[in-house]
Design a protein around this ligand. Sequence first.
Ligand code: SF4
Length: 231
Amino acid sequence: MKSRIVEIFQSIQGEGKYVGAKQVFVRFLGCNLSCDWCDTTATGDSQQVSSEELSVEEVLSRVDEISQGCHAVSLTGGEPLLQKDFLRGLLPQLKKAGFITHLETNGVLFLEFSDLVDNVDVVAMDFKLPSSAKMSACWEEHARFLKVAVSHQKDVFVKIVVTLDTKEQDICRARDIVAREDKDTFCVLQPETTEISSPLIKKCQEFQNICLKSLSDVRIIPQVHKFINVR
Ligand code: SF4
């Protein structure tokens, strides 16, 4: 079996709990959502985006070549879980080779995730707020996804992008869903990079206080890789 891969590269993790860690990134083509701020071409179709069809063995070999000193292999996109059958082959092989597997996901495809969860170590799960992402709400999907991660005792953290349009009611709803599963879930408020300004940071701080009423660890962390100009 093969999968469409946009790129495999080594860099530092720019978002979330493991920001600054040296990782290998495997970027899959295609996404099931369309967030307002999306900055990757990996959501496009294979006609428009440069990508290649690779087998599990080819991905493993490329990862191996560039993985020295890396903390983990980050599976990103797009949405990697769209490639469930391919990941069913790749994830156990990555684990067998001794890698920590770090899944970057939009946190919606809970059935696919349930199938693969045993071979995922770190779950970097987005919560898409309708007022920020400008799309329909995914509350039920996010709740079920997080339940899978927490019930399997995964190292899961939640990332919420905050824009100038983000509504307090959405933050409260996300907070309550996370708190219901596990109030100690590491939670990141990520200010939208193109809107970073004093008003946006002030808003993040207000939202941090709101989240800290029910959650134990809520941090404001921007996309660090954008500031230091690495991909
Ligand atoms: S889930 Fe991620 S890759 Fe998909 S559209 Fe949203 S930001 Fe882009």
